[in-house]
Design a protein around this ligand. Sequence first.
Ligand code: GDP
Ligand code: GDP
Length: 440
Amino acid sequence: MNNENRAIVAVVGRPNVGKSTIFNKLTGKKISIVEDTPGVTRDRIFGEVEWLNKYFTIIDTGGIEPESDDVIISQMRNQALLAIDMAHVILFIVDGKGGLTAADKEVAEILRKTNKPVILVVNKIDSMSQFDNIYDFYELGLGTPFAISGANSMGLGDLLDEVVLNFPEGVNTEYDEDIIRVAITGKPNAGKSSILNNILGEDRVIVSPIAGTTRDAIDTYFESGENKFLLIDTAGIRRKSKVYENVERFSVIRSMSAVDRADVVLIVIDATEGVTEQDTKIAGIAHDEGKGCVFVVNKWDLIEKDNKTMGNFKMSIREKFPFMSYAPIVFVSAVTNQRIKKILETVVEVSYEQNRRVTTSVLNEVIGEAVMLNQPPSDKGRRLKIYYGTQTGVKPPTFTLFINDIELTHFSYTRYLENRLRENFGFEGTSIKIEYKQKR
Ligand code: GDP
Ligand code: GDP
């Protein structure tokens, strides 16, 4: 399928209507990403959902806990606009226990004007006796409300059926393993759009204009040589919407949602400004989620150079991201086109590395050698024993080591093992994971 217009569902609704509860039920996995992003208190804002072999991304646009009704209303307006902008289907959640509010009406008015499918969901209908509570919500003019109980997981299957039915034609709900999903992140003005345009200009074989209106374009799919790529969330990059460009939260949401869906994350750094706080945050998330990472230092044409400049710049990146020494650094200029080709070449290499498997026998040779060179830690006379290891996953390469006692493991030894694995196997550009299983 050439047109990789990935299905996206957005969740809109007042605080406390049950958005995160529903979200957690639908996505079913626990990741926590956000710790100290200003204004972002909720720990999950996007996730992948599979329903009857269809795949889509769900985005929770809410999240700040506002102090006053005014703030709630203006915030919900922003949520609704973001949802309209990004999503193919919008879930508008209201509270069947709390009843209809002014904020609900305001949002309904905005949502009624879009031609995107909106599903009105009345949550907290925990039992049949509460079913009558849904009638008030017809007033919103968004059709028949869907009654559910997020807390009790009631009605969610029907809701998912409805969501899937509502995806417009041309929206892709398939999962294609062969596509390398690439997120381009970086602060505004770092040169993301310029890089993107250069990549597409140079290497494009097929670029699919996304079905539907151009405003909906979120992902750009293209093929180059043997490879298929999906550049994620490029709408947010290319088109600067005045509506919320100044709301930093949305730029962070976009980046995080892009990172979540990506295999490889490009962190674009403006060479004239160096690493920013947002870069550090996004890189940390990409690392924690086991994504492939490439640092792209852009605007290299503007830097006065001698034979040490590049080395020094590399060193300063390594210092700022000590936990990501595996990530390649590429120096480019989107203006002179210098080394722009190198970006995709590196992405392909990283993608290869993150999908690579090593055989159990070779792995255990390496582990055995590592243990011989540097004894595992011991505590109170007992020493960590590694019986054997096996690779249990890719993206990122994940190794499970069977050991005598979890209590005896130590992060410094884990890091040592990781370094030995890298020395022997490479895995450039991807984090690797070592997990322990106790076996008696
Ligand atoms: P959010 O602010 O919209 O994300 O709402 P939360 O998911 O944090 O839920 C707000 C409160 O409503 C929490 O105390 C939930 O336990 C509760 N809640 C969520 N779903 C239901 C439901 O289906 N029934 C009932 N009775 N309570 C719910
Ligand atoms: P974005 O906000 O990250 O998408 O950044 P843009 O691609 O819109 O670029 C921001 C500004 O930096 C524009 O004026 C670009 O022309 C300029 N720019 C981007 N890349 C380069 C580069 O490699 N060298 C120079 N000199 N300017 C660049």
